[in-house]
Design a protein around this ligand. Structure first.
Ligand code: FAD
Ligand code: NAI
Length: 463
């Protein structure tokens, strides 16, 4: 028998490590178990951070090769140093994961290295040692969903993890799944010169995104050279000397076809990861999709065992996992932790970015809620014109009767930053008139947000 703790968290992703820090701040004696060699989970090691590093670098390359000449900046002989780009990505990841290690030391969180297994409520085993704890939080995250007939080798048939490590720009990259991973990583390799085809089961891209926005987004991505094969399902993949051959079938019937690829990226969603945790033995209930079932206070059906992040229901987003980590830490410390699931922003970090918060038009229609729409295009925004980034628009949905903000959707430059104003407004229960009457600095992209808010009442000023 070794040390005992108030709280042992299994998994040091954004859910687990943030939970550990907050619980330690609140005076609990905390350990966090992580089997990976570095802290930070999927997000810092093979997810959010490395993908954003490559998105940033590939965008710089694309500016140098395409956009700069419009600004009168002539750059000749631009070349890609992919090895350097990948090395830089590695440096960014290292700085972030080391940062979490520092935060653990600073907050006196013990990192238990190895795979954690729940032996019983209040007992966790790590690398042959059993630890006692008052509470256990499962924060083991997710991994890529497999597809029958498409065997991942992380070289030619890759998940997002392999797609972040490619050391030569592929001639033809075929992405299976037009979701967030497919569109972000497809954009990276397209910008660096690959031909990219995205095969999607549905007849639209980016399910979950407001349909009007998704349609405009697809048009922009198509202009950037991404090809879409919608309404098609991949039924198999075979590897040969000259690459991979994918078999495709139209969802609505029709002749099967094949598609040749140098690299195939399988990105059809992620599934909760609970392997080897001992959940069945501990009696922890899972739903039909393998997610740990929790009540509104993150408690599982077994007293003393809680779960947060990708391993439970809800959007698989780092900031959702982080906020749940804070909430459960506060609940365990006797406070009133809470997450408002109605106001969790989503961002797709392509160029332009897409960001949204609250409900889509389709959701409001389905719920029978009467709403007003206000839209404002970036073509009418002075700053966007100056930047040369006028693709897209801001769309605000407000309650027809009360004018309360119900949803906001932005396709355009820096949408991921712009959405924060609307998330804040929604958290404070603001109306679109409230946003429209706030003094916004000129010339800024934020003025497009103000104008869209004014447009819900039909009086935008600059259109
Ligand atoms: P994870 O980050 O998956 O962490 C779980 C950790 O638990 C892992 O480190 C794992 O090794 C560890 N673990 C599992 N089992 C055990 C065990 N038995 N013992 C010990 N340790 C264990 N989200 C965003 O919000 N923004 C983005 O831009 C974004 N980009 C992404 C890009 C990619 C390519 C991918 C794949 C995901 C991206 N995500 C993004 C999603 C985000 O990474 C996840 O939502 C987030 O990491 C979930 O956090 P988590 O703490 O629940 O789990
Ligand atoms: P996703 O759920 O976003 O998209 C998967 C896509 O694959 C869907 O469009 C789906 O219809 C399609 N699909 C499913 N089965 C298919 C099949 N057999 N053939 C063809 N298409 C098929 O999942 P994705 O992109 O893998 O991302 C996983 C998670 O990671 C997401 O939930 C997302 O929240 C998170 N993530 C978030 C990012 C961000 O916030 N910027 C970036 C990357 C990932």
């Amino acid at each position: 028998m070794s040390d005992s703790f108030d709280l042992i968290i299994i998994g040091a992703g954004p859910g687990g490590y943030v939970c550990a820090i907050r619980a330690a701040q609140l005076g609990l004696k905390v350990a966090c178990v992580e089997k990976r060699a570095t802290l930070g989970g999927t997000c810092l090691n093979v997810g959010c951070i490395p993908s954003k590093a490559l998105l940033q670098s590939s965008e710089q390359f694309s500016h140098a090769t395409h956009a700069l000449k419009d600004h009168g900046v002539l750059v000749e002989g631009v070349k890609l140093d992919l090895a350097r780009m990948q090395a830089r990505k590695g440096e960014v990841v290292t700085a972030n994961v080391k940062g979490v290690e520092f935060l653990f030391r600073k907050n006196k969180v013990t990192w238990l290295k190895g795979a954690g297994r729940i032996v019983a409520p209040g007992k966790v085993e790590v690398a042959g040692t059993e630890y006692d704890t008052k509470s256990i939080v499962i924060a083991t995250g997710s991994d890529s969903a497999p597809l029958r007939g498409v065997d991942v080798d992380e070289k030619r048939i890759v998940t997002s993890t392999g797609a972040l490590e490619v050391d030569k720009v592929p001639g033809h990259l075929v992405v299976i799944g037009a979701g967030v991973i497919g569109l972000e990583l497809g954009s990276v390799w397209r910008r660096l010169g690959a031909e990219v085809t995205v095969v999607e089961f549905l007849d639209r891209i980016a399910p979950g995104m407001d349909t009007e926005v998704a349609t405009a987004f697809q048009r922009i991505l198509t202009k950037q050279g991404l090809k879409f094969r919608l309404g098609a399902k991949v039924t198999g993949a075979s590897q040969g000397k000259d690459g991979v051959t994918l078999s495709l079938e139209p969802v609505k019937g029709g002749a099967a076809e094949t598609l040749k690829a140098d690299i195939v990226l399988l990105a059809i969603g992620r599934r909760p990861f609970t392997e080897g945790l001992g959940l069945a033995e501990a009696g922890v209930a899972l739903d039909d999709r393998g997610r740990v079932i929790v009540d509104p206070h993150y408690a599982t059906n077994v007293p003393g065992i809680y779960a947060i992040g990708d391993v439970i229901a809800g959007p698989m987003l780092a900031h959702k996992a982080e906020d749940e980590g804070v909430a459960i830490a506060e609940i365990l410390a006797g406070q009133a932790g809470h997450v408002n699931y109605g106001v969790i922003p989503s961002v797709v970090y392509t160029s332009p970015e897409v960001a949204w918060v609250g409900q889509t038009e389709e959701e409001l229609k389905a719920a029978g809620i009467a709403y007003a729409v206000g839209k404002f295009p970036f073509t009418a925004n002075g700053r966007a014109r100056a930047m040369g980034e006028t693709d897209g628009f801001v769309k605000i949905l407000a309650d027809k009767t009360t004018d309360r903000l119900l949803g906001a959707h932005i396709l355009g430059p820096d949408a991921g930053t712009l959405i924060a104003e609307l998330a804040t407004a929604m958290e404070f229960g603001a109306s679109s008139e409230d946003v429209g009457r706030i003094c916004h600095a000129h010339p800024t992209l934020e003025e497009a947000v103000k104008e869209a808010a004014l447009a819900t009442a039909g009086h935008a000023l600059h259109i």
